[in-house]
Design a protein around this ligand. Structure first.
Ligand code: HAM
Length: 434
């Protein structure tokens, strides 16, 4: 019986793994450059952690199971509830601000499609314990720093930005109270996916014909930032606060130099249930792919988990959609296998020396290999190139006569003779000579 990988799950062959590590390295580099520390949590959690506030869509996509003791668990579909649980557990002892990142592997029972899988990795960066939109702006700056790091420009990608309080105030202006807003948020979140007709149908089903869905639709599709902010400010004290907060966020984004990537879009409300402040998603400008990143501010998640209040803001970026976007834009690097040295014997009698040298060079931390078969020198050189080796080391008659080795720089095609003792004492230095 032939068994394949389950649908929506991936095998990572070495070539795939090289790209994956390239992406992870960039994620880690950028996170650290902003002063974030890495953390991780368990691959599955008690089911309740996700049903409390993640929102219906994600709950319907859980892979859950029961252990032998009848306890219900779910493989993590996102990281934020785990993060909130971990922070809440040590809220009093963790130094603030809490700037943490993680690259968890997670599962969602989605219908697999390009860039959306059932198992994926998601870069998470979050700042907790800061009540100021300065943290929101910095989180967006982290995301933009990564986009720049992999060679993307404002012509390639856009950070679409809005805020829950702004959306709440716009809804209030058409008579929808905050307590009834959840369904409206879901519909707004799915506006582009549903299309105008289906949106109208579902809107009428949810709110009846008296609530003017067309007015909201006009705001969703046509209104400028200024028009939305004016409307919001007219919606009383909370609206004025929402406007001031958003303007302050924009000012910080300007100072961080990331405004060219950002665009206000009232349609961004986010599907997850816990967001309370600014929300944002990143899209390819000319791409059909869904968002490559989503995030926002969540001030009440730790309280929902019965912990002390620790406000937070952060984002998740999926590996699969990001890789698809980079492929579309021709921005994926070509990565060869990386081997420092391939040792070649000019005479099969010298193979024991090849093995001794390999052991010594590996001990110096150099990636070193050799041919398992005793074949001719030119075949061994071919193997060296096929393995992506930077240097070939030839053990031949000069080794027998004078303990010298030929070192060839395979990138430049040049070679020199080096005393074996020099090479074994300080190999990096000896290699740099050629
Ligand atoms: P999310 O919008 O559910 O947010 O996911 C964030 C990103 O994860 C998406 O924009 C996409 O890049 C990636 N993603 C989601 N589902 C899949 C999938 N099935 N396959 C591949 N990639 C996927 C969250 O998860 C929030 N917890 C993010 C967050 C962190 N908010 C605050 N902090």
């Amino acid at each position: 019986m032939k068994i394949q990988a389950p649908p929506g799950m991936r095998d990572f062959y070495p070539a795939d793994m090289r790209l994956q590590n390239w992406l992870f390295d960039a994620w880690r580099r950028v996170s650290r450059s902003f002063g974030f520390s890495e953390y991780d949590g368990p691959i599955f959690e008690f089911l309740d952690l996700f049903t409390i506030k993640s929102g219906d869509e994600i709950v319907s996509q859980l892979f859950d199971f029961e252990d032998r003791g009848g306890r219900r668990f779910a493989i993590r579909p996102e990281m934020t509830p785990t993060l909130a649980r971990m922070v809440a557990a040590r809220a009093n002892s963790l130094p603030r601000p809490i700037k943490w990142f993680s690259i968890p592997r997670m599962c969602r029972a989605e219908k697999p499609q390009r860039g959306r899988l059932r198992e994926f990795y998601q870069w998470n960066a979050d700042i907790l314990g800061v009540d100021d939109v300065l943290a929101d702006a910095e989180i967006i700056a982290v995301a933009v720093a990564f986009l720049r790091e992999v060679g993307l420009t404002p012509e390639d990608v856009v950070v679409k930005l809005s805020s829950r309080p702004i959306a709440t105030a716009v809804l209030a202006s058409i008579g929808i109270e905050a307590s009834q807003a959840d369904r409206a948020f879901q519909l707004i979140d799915r506006y582009d996916k549903l299309g105008p007709n289906e949106f109208r149908r579902q809107w009428n089903e949810a709110y009846g014909p008296d609530v003017p869905g067309e007015r909201l639709e006009r705001y969703l599709t046509e209104a400028s930032l200024e028009q939305c902010l004016d409307l919001v400010a007219a919606a009383g004290e909370q609206g004025v606060a929402a406007r001031t907060q958003f303007e302050s966020l924009l000012a910080h984004l300007e100072s961080f130099g990331v405004m060219p990537f950002c665009k206000f879009d009232l349609r961004i409300v986010r599907g997850l249930g816990y967001y309370t402040g600014p929300v944002f998603e990143v899209f390819g400008r000319r791409s059909e792919l869904r968002a490559v990143l989503g995030g926002g501010r969540y001030d009440d998640l730790t309280t929902m988990l019965d912990g002390p209040r620790v406000p937070g803001v952060g984002f998740g970026m999926g590996d699969a959609p990001m890789m698809e976007l980079l492929k579309e834009l021709g921005k994926l690097p070509e990565l060869e296998e990386e081997l420092d040295i391939f040792i070649i014997d000019a005479d099969p009698q010298l193979f024991a020396t090849v093995q001794e040298l390999a052991a010594a060079l590996r001990g110096h931390g150099l990636a070193t290999d050799f041919s398992y078969k005793r074949v001719g020198v030119s075949k061994q050189f071919k193997q060296a190139s096929a393995r992506g080796a930077r240097y070939a080391l030839v053990v031949g008659s000069e080794y027998v006569e004078r303990r010298e080795l030929t070192v060839k720089n395979l990138e430049r095609g040049e070679q020199i003779i080096v005393p074996a003792d020099d090479l074994l004492r300080a190999p990096q230095e000896a290699l740099q000579r050629v």
